[in-house]
Design a protein around this ligand. Sequence first.
Ligand code: HMG
Length: 394
Amino acid sequence: MHVGIDALGVAVPSSYIDLEVLAKARGVDPQKYLNGLGTSRMGVAPLDEDTVTLAARAASMALKSAQVAPDEIGLLVVGTETAVDHSKPVSSFVQGLLGIGTRCRVFETKHACYGGTAALMMALDWIRAGSARGRKALIVCSDIARYGLGTAGEPTQGAGAVALVVSENPRLLELDPSRTGQYASDVHDFWRPLYSKDAFVDGHYSVQCYLDAIAGAYRHFKELEPGVTANDFAALAYHVPYGKMAKKAHRQLRELEQDPAPDASFEAQVAASLVLPAQVGNIYTGSLYLALTSLLATSARVLDGQRVGLFSYGSGSCAEFFAGTVVPGAQARVQALGLGALLDARRALSIDEYEAVMRAREAADVKPVEANAADGFRFLGVESHKRTYVGPRA
Ligand code: HMG
């Protein structure tokens, strides 16, 4: 049975902060953010956009692209680490906003940035096991990454969502969930206590934990596929908290194979996957899938029919290295989504506007916000302790 990603959708907030502007405001050399970290712009969600609205917009685009009706979805999972409620999952809000039918398994998964990959693997197995009975899965990765003003993590924030329609005979990427390399380790590299909206991170340690995880997961993958080397992949997409991290990951992977020039293959195998992430920042669960989207949308090389390697990392930690085959026609399908125009339509915030949004977000859960519902899904505020949203269906 052939299973994998049939279609995808991407959502980014309607505003962003330019990292050159942020660097100047923080008294930092802009080259540190632009080249040292590899990020140019960071998505910033205004108060009427949140994890739910981003998820709903990405999911809506994915369903349209696949031409799948809401009642064809039998499994709807949202992977997120920035959920909006301790009990009611983001997926239930998405179900309502999109009109997904009642005969559907609907829930949320959490394991830092790995939560979406956990859901994807589960969906692939659900189809292979025969439980789908012809229905499709909708896997949505949605997050708002926040470390807070003036922190070392501040230039590695971001916001966005990627939705994947997962099915039999996929039209984008065929995947084999029986041969994936895994690595899990109980570490305190990055966490967000229940009482905090901002994440805490042991930054340099988290980089080392990520590198240990890719080494462990890739070694496991190579045991499952003896003889495979990094040269067997036309391209590689990594989890991208910031572009430089993907560069470090690639070097680590190549060094495991005693490559004497571990950076030499970076431009050909990895660079295209970083074009979109550099404009959006870290989107946590969706980060790897935005890198994959970027690869398919911007690679000048023909990837159709080629094998690509994928690495997912979630702090805490759990990681997975797996491979997929690009289905002929996939690049054209992703290019047709018009993601460049989506990014160009965003509004640049001044540093004062950015800081005001960051501060106001603390109160946005309880104070109804003035929503601009003109173009789709919006958060309206909280009434009687219930979050309310508006969408095109309402
Ligand atoms: P920092 O201490 O501010 O920066 O923290 P730095 O001093 O390490 O500099 C960063 C890079 O810029 C270095 O490059 C510098 O040399 C360079 P490197 O040595 O690494 O190649 N640099 C310059 N380059 C050009 N011109 C200059 C200049 N100055 C310096 N003038 C850090 C950086 C990433 C640690 C911080 O931003 C942070 O803590 N971020 C959040 C944590 C993070 O993203 N960790 C990544 C791994 S963990 C992960 O990916 C999981 C995660 O997504 C969460 C989840 O799973 O849910 C985060």
